[in-house]
Design a protein around this ligand. Structure first.
Ligand code: HEM
Length: 409
């Protein structure tokens, strides 16, 4: 995609809400050229797509906005991955890939990681609590989720920063228009992350442990001959693909939601003060933030057969953009949808999707948000947005958040 077309897409991504609004009011579905897809923005229509995974395939859900240059692709060719993963598969194969992830993120396993998450949240706040100001994205929001999902996967804490960095770079490479040398540098960082993950895959194959890296490695070799010996190259590619996808799904999204949640609470000062006075409202505040400025705004689906959706007839092979963020602002489901109000009577939102691909990490994400708000309201009730740093949103449909969040107290 050239830069000019990308600028138009950026505009939509920085503020997609007027586009959803128009699409919800229009008859049927609206074709949006910037998204190269039909926009599905009503709550009922989004639910219908999610209820019909056989008719709406996930094969194109991770379609990049930018195709890397041949030189960057050559660098990536020296790494691992590129195989179908849980978010991009359908049917039985999808179920098989999803099973170990659901097990690893069960309520009991999430409960078991919470003491570590609480300790990390407190330790990160300790690093800036005496400073009177902080840039929250880099000092906290980009750090806690990687530590926590890294723990579940079984990463050594020293490897977490490199793996988190590689995830950010993968997103940049595939979704931002970068200059040639920047693309190559980003591809090198991605490959470095993949090599680290491959090391885990080989180690866990040789010496299984109780962690998700072991379960994913075991899952890709299930039923294959000679899986006791050295791991076949194809299995290494597959396992690294799954781990990379899971780590990115786990940390970038949660980072984004921490940023937008704190941003909107501080923009609505009275609600922040209410939360400080009544921390029992924290879970409701998390749900409202997840609804109001959904981190994962939407994913694509591909029609597998001729379908009619909202009265629009689509042939097989059409792309639809399923806007969780649009559904979450639908007045038919959420009265006064454009108001951020942590005291509203909650309706079921779609920030974590639902159905066959519904987010298996939702509980883990919610707990990290809860811990974060407990720490910040208790220790820094005087938090404010720094007036000398206006907030701007990152242009992205998959990790909606402020670029930076400068706070003072
Ligand atoms: C605020 C944080 C998060 C948000 C907003 C979020 C949102 C979502 C959404 C909307 C989906 C559905 C995608 C679809 O229908 O195609 C999804 C899927 C997924 N999420 Fe999350 N997620 C978050 C955190 C996490 C965490 C912490 C993990 C893991 C540690 C995780 C792992 C996954 C995985 C593996 C899938 C794919 C499931 C499948 O395709 O079957 N997510 N997420």
């Amino acid at each position: 995609m050239d830069r000019e077309r990308h600028d138009v897409l950026d505009e939509l991504q920085r503020d997609p809400y007027p586009h959803y609004d128009r699409a919800r009011r229009a008859e049927g579905l609206t074709r949006v050229p910037e998204l190269d897809a039909w926009l599905v923005a009503r709550d009922a229509d989004v639910r219908e797509v999610l209820r019909r995974p056989d008719d709406f395939s996930s094969a194109n859900s991770l379609r990049p906005d930018v195709m890397p240059s041949p030189a960057a692709l050559a660098v990536l060719g020296g790494g691992f991955g590129g195989r179908p993963v849980v978010v991009t598969t359908d049917g039985d194969r999808h179920q098989r890939l999803r099973a170990p992830i659901v097990r690893a993120l069960s309520p009991a396993r999430v409960a078991a990681v919470l003491p570590y998450a609480a300790e990390r949240a407190a330790a990160l706040v300790d690093t800036f609590v005496k400073d009177g100001r902080v840039e929250l994205m880099s000092a906290y929001a980009q750090r806690l989720p990687g530590d926590v999902v890294g723990r579940i996967v079984g990463l050594d804490p020293v490897d977490v920063p490199g793996v988190v960095h590689g995830g950010h770079r993968a997103e940049e490479l595939l979704f931002r228009p970068l200059a040639e040398d920047e693309q190559i540098a980003a591809a090198e960082d991605v490959v470095a992350m993949q090599r680290t993950l491959d090391r885990y895959v080989r180690e866990r194959h040789a010496h299984p442990r109780e962690d998700l890296a072991t379960e994913i490695t075991a899952q890709v070799t299930e039923g294959s001959e000679g899986s006791e010996g050295e791991l076949a190259l194809e299995h290494r590619h597959e396992a690294v693909s799954h781990l990379q996808n899971l780590l990115i799904a786990g940390h970038l999204t949660t980072t984004a939601l921490i940023g937008t949640t704190v941003l909107h609470l501080l923009r609505h000062r009275r609600q922040w003060e209410l939360l400080c006075a009544e921390p029992g409202r924290i879970p409701a505040a998390v749900e409202e933030a997840a609804r109001y400025d959904t981190a994962l705004q939407g994913f694509r689906r591909l029609t597998t057969c001729p379908v009619t959706l909202a009265g629009t007839e689509l042939p097989a092979g059409e792309a639809v953009f399923v806007a969780f963020g649009g559904a979450n602002r639908d007045p038919a489901r959420h009265p006064r949808p454009d108001e951020f109000d942590i005291t509203r009577t909650p309706e079921r939102h779609l920030a974590f999707g639902f159905g066959a691909h519904g987010c298996p990490g939702a509980q883990l994400a919610r707990e990290q948000l809860r811990l974060t708000l407990e720490e910040l309201t208790r220790r820094l009730p005087g938090l404010r947005l720094a007036v000398d740093h206006p907030v701007s949103m990152r242009p992205t449909m998959i990790h909606r958040s402020p670029y930076r969040l400068h706070l003072t107290w």
